[in-house]
Write a protein that binds this ligand. Structure first.
Ligand code: PFF
Length: 452
């Protein structure tokens, strides 16, 4: 079977940015920056991006492109015993799709509601009672929450249509529509946020630099964790995407473009998020620390409440916010699904159409658990563990297997062949020493706190 290829380099870059820019950029980055030194956090973040994020991205692109296969097959071609590392990443991707799809489904429900601000005045009650119908314990599944189920099935239908059409007509074409739209929405949201009264206070909280935090190890740990999560490394995604690139590709430049665009999106989105929170605090006459929230609570409870309070352009802003969240989630989900589907195609020499049906069928089946009334409990638990023992651990394994055992220099040579910027010995140091050391430290710390 002939391997599919991207139609254009831009198409690949847009798809890779679509993969990287996800919920992590919208609800994770700004809060982590706020908690870890504000503007000063940009320093550890940039360092993390340059010493681990982008170097490991180059490694993943190199492996996928050199061995022309999705993660398990590509790693096996590097060395027989490495196949399982690829499967570990692929399975972690699989597990993430099962709940990421549910969150994408919620976003679609909110996007629909945004046209009428249909979440009402008590946004917490809307989310917990009307949307999720949260049960009293994880063991009480209590049947499906139907609005969630409908959002979830719609999400899978969209992903299925795109995935069935293949790399060029599906993933690439949809990225060419979704990505420009997402960046336009970002600009609209930032402009709206910063023209609100009180927004400056929010932005000040987001960016007020606290340089004393730079000596705190926790801040550095957060920066490396965020850079890693945001690029979706260790998830077998970038290996699969790079396997669809022609052999004469500028991998290093591509890695820098994707890594920096992802960071730029997060940083800019922070103005929209914290600007809006600043306005909300001002309108309520309270300090920002009383309205600030993170992840799910921020997006589905605090944000709708802030949108309710806007002095004008409520519907437009609400639609823009949830459209951007939905697009960010969908384009990342496509890549997570592709990581698994491409592994199935390569391993069993299966046609795309069949592999996609099997992949999405299984992912949909497992995602149903999160559409039950106890779904949110399971989502929290799985999300907590998969990040540490999925992507971070696979990142370490990749760095050791390819960096030390296979030989970083061989991948470097490959990546350098057609690249404008050439990777020097600095890259070997990042991949062989800095990345595994920092990631191992994160795993160690996380494990300690899980045991406590
Ligand atoms: N990179 C995307 C995000 O930041 O949301 C998608 C993603 C990748 C999510 C890996 C989760 C993950 F573990």
């Amino acid at each position: 079977m002939k391997r599919e290829v991207w139609n254009t380099r831009t198409g690949f870059i847009l798809a890779a940015i679509g993969s990287a820019v996800g919920l992590g950029n919208i609800w994770r980055f700004s809060y982590i920056a706020y908690e870890n030194g504000g503007g000063a956090f940009l320093i550890p973040y940039l360092v993390a991006l340059l010493t681990a994020g982008i170097p490991l991205l180059i490694l993943e692109l190199g492996v996928g492109n050199k061995f022309m296969g999705s993660a398990p097959v590509a790693l096996k071609r590097a060395k027989k015993g490495f196949e399982w590392i690829g499967w570990w990443g692929v399975i972690a991707s699989f597990i993430i799709t099962t709940y990421y799809s549910v969150i994408a489904g919620w976003s679609l429900v909110y996007l629909l509601k945004a046209f009428t601000l249909g979440w009402g005045l008590d946004t917490g009650s809307f989310f917990n009672n009307e949307l999720l119908h949260v049960s009293d314990s994880p063991w009480n599944l209590g049947g499906f929450s139907y609005p969630v189920l409908i959002g979830l099935l719609t999400t899978w239908l969209i992903i299925w249509i795109i995935e069935k059409r293949g790399v060029q007509a599906g993933i690439e074409k949809s990225s060419k529509i979704f990505m420009p739209l997402l960046w336009i929405l970002l600009i609209v949201l930032v402009l709206r946020a910063v023209t609100l009264e009180g927004s400056i206070n929010g932005v000040e909280w987001y960016l007020k630099p606290d340089f004393s935090k730079l000596t705190d190890v926790k801040v550095w740990q957060a920066a490396y964790g965020q850079a890693f999560y945001s690029l979706g490394l260790g998830m077998a995604i970038m290996i699969a995407y790079a396997s669809y690139l022609p052999k004469k590709s500028d991998l290093i430049n591509n890695a820098f473009i994707v890594g920096l665009a992802d960071g730029a999106f997060s940083f800019t989105m922070g103005f929209a998020v914290f600007g809006t929170l600043g306005y909300m605090a001002y309108a309520k006459g309270v300090g920002i620390e009383e309205v600030v929230a993170q992840s799910i609570g921020l997006t589905f409870v605090v944000l709708p409440e802030a949108l309710n309070m806007l002095p004008g352009l409520k519907v437009l802003t609400a639609v823009a916010f949830f459209m951007s969240i939905a697009i960010a989630a969908l384009t990342s989900l496509i890549s997570l699904v592709e990581a698994f589907a491409s592994a199935v195609m390569d391993k069993f020499e299966m046609r795309r159409s069949k592999a996609v049906d099997i992949t999405i069928g299984l992912e949909l089946l497992f995602s149903l658990i999160y559409a039950t009334k106890a779904g949110i409990y399971w989502l929290d638990i799985i999300d907590h563990f998969i990040n540490t023992y999925g992507l971070i651990l696979v990142g370490v394994l990749e760095a050791v297997a390819i960096g030390w055992i296979y030989g970083a220099d061989k991948i470097r040579e490959w990546a350098n062949t057609y690249s404008d910027i050439r990777a020097g010995i600095w890259w070997d140091i990042c991949v062989k020493i800095i990345t595994p050391a920092v990631l191992l430290y994160i795993i160690y710390k996380e494990t300690l706190s899980n045991l406590a």
